[in-house]
Design a protein around this ligand. Sequence first.
Ligand SMILES: CC(C)(COP(=O)(O)OP(=O)(O)OC[C@H]1O[C@@H](n2cnc3c(N)ncnc32)[C@H](O)[C@@H]1OP(=O)(O)O)[C@@H](O)C(=O)NCCC(=O)NCCS
Length: 490
Amino acid sequence: MPIVPYGARIARFVSTVTGEAVNTGPQSDHQPGPVSENETGFEFPDMHGGKHHFESTARFVAWVRAAAPYIHAFRGKTFVVGFGGEVAAGKLAQSLAYDCNLLAALGIRLVLVHGARPQIDAELIRRGLESRIHNGLRVTDLAAMECVKMAMAVTRFEVEALLSQGLPNTPMAGGYMRVTGGNFITARPVGVVDGVDYQYTGSVRKIIAEEINADLDQQNVVLITPLGMSPAGEIFNMCMEEVAEAVAVAVKAEKLIYLCDAPGLLDDDGKLIGSVTADEAERHIEAGKGLTEDLGLYLPCAIRAVRNGVARCHLLDHDKDGALLLEFFTPAGVGTVVSRDPLFQLREATADDVGPLVALISPLEADGTLVRRGRELLEYEIDRFSVVEYDGMLVGCAALYKFSGDNAAELACLAVTPEYRRAGLGEQLMRRIEQRARRDGLERLFVLTTRTAHWFRERGFKEIDPETLPAQKRELYNLQRRSKVFVKSL
Ligand SMILES: CC(C)(COP(=O)(O)OP(=O)(O)OC[C@H]1O[C@@H](n2cnc3c(N)ncnc32)[C@H](O)[C@@H]1OP(=O)(O)O)[C@@H](O)C(=O)NCCC(=O)NCCS
């Protein structure tokens, strides 16, 4: 069972910090925007001609600073973003271009792969031709191929135009992106399947990754149209999702992102699943539940991509303004991440965890929730800690302190970082400590708490008189803290 079935990533980090998602629009030295400040906060003009209100400068500064670790982590990494023709023509296409521009400006190597299904359908209708789909794949005869070429070309130019904006007072002012493309994809015909000849429908034969990387090395944004060429000089119509997957694998991308018609993968109650492993995602496909049309197409590609070396695949809602920014610059994220291995890991602490542990518990020590431990003590006692990490980041801890001479121990320093609470991590840590205590032959587990009494009570702990604590702990009991004491038989 995964440690976190659902939830941690969808805690709304941004809204806890700012009150809402933000889009500030940069104010450069050359174009000072009319930022007004008053006692209720300050305002930026937004890109739609309205105003964006921040409750306080402190919140704004905190929000920007909170994004800094992600900016450091992603600089120089390659992201492949796949999106359908409906996104390219949709109402958020312009905001998507703004956000791509920002990602590129932050040093992310960007490859964009666009589709054109609705545009192809419209062109077929315009020419009085029938759209033929078999097993979810378009059958492209010669007449249909003419429509494909027309629709792909128009869509590509429209996307290029969006990426080339630069009006003053927009997020792209002064942010020129060089958009390139080329004959990076060699195709082969799908051929005859189940007696159906797919004709000019192709699949990926080879991606010329060196050339894409050479473009990215020159800070270009690579825009790929899913048409493949064959060595015989023919053109083949290909699926956006398959091309995006193959490109992400070939260029060894850090992330493959699909913008889709759902917030991400949903569980049986319709709630967003924050992260799944490839195996879990496969079970979703087998069960056939909660899959929209896009998810049905993109999820198999996501699974293959992470199994073939792409670190993460993200499924994001194409109707959510700023989804890319919220996903990559907040710990909570907004969509579903598919990874080969579980993102949450429960493990024993090591010396390398001391720094992150100090960062996790010091705010709780400062407000009196946890007993103060110095860094040196933590270094000395690090073996007593179990920790939970999420995607390499430490997000929870708990420690086991044995009482000598008694078959008992204390569960101490249980903490989960606020953005990851209410996802069962606290309980998983408690169980881990109980397991370790049982393994050591202990019979009772104590806990001293000032503010979390009910949490422990609901998990089988019983309140006792501090006087009945084992002698060793009783001597150290801090009368001033007036902690409540709980015990559980193991
Ligand atoms: C207590 C703590 C570790 C729980 O972590 P968590 O990962 O959110 O725990 P779980 O997801 O397993 O449990 C969440 C549930 O506990 C509840 N809960 C959280 N804090 C609580 C408290 N102080 N008292 C009672 N219930 C509490 C939540 O409301 C949630 O229940 P709900 O979803 O039904 O509303 C976390 O809230 C924390 O770090 N608190 C600050 C440090 C602390 O108090 N540590 C204990 C020191 S002895």
